[in-house]
Design a protein around this ligand. Structure first.
Ligand SMILES: [Zn+2]
Length: 93
């Protein structure tokens, strides 16, 4: 799936449609000292492995998320292109 690098999208900060540039979304690693991680570590302290059951539902494909940047106010947003597809998105110029 190909998508243009520049798109006219709605910007909630400018309150109108402006030109946006798109780039790929890279997920950052989880913080080791966040509240959720600390609470989980406290809960499983003394046990080996995890005590909360892991459920792995079968999902068809992944959501392809892109980061958008308004060229007028330079604010960032995000856009999901194609709900749960197996195709990867290529950003063309
Ligand atoms: Zn804007």
């Amino acid at each position: 799936m190909k998508i243009n690098k520049e798109l006219m999208l709605y910007c909630p900060h400018c309150n109108k449609h402006t030109k946006h540039t798109l780039r790929n979304y890279n997920k950052k690693p989880q913080r080791g000292l966040s509240l959720g991680t600390r609470r989980h570590n406290r809960a499983i302290k003394g046990y080996v492995g995890s005590i909360e059951p892991k459920i792995h539902p079968k999902k068809l494909g992944k959501k392809q998320k892109l980061i958008t940047e308004c060229q007028v106010c330079k604010k960032h947003g995000e856009k999901v292109v194609g709900m749960r597809t197996k195709k990867k998105i290529e950003i063309s110029r």
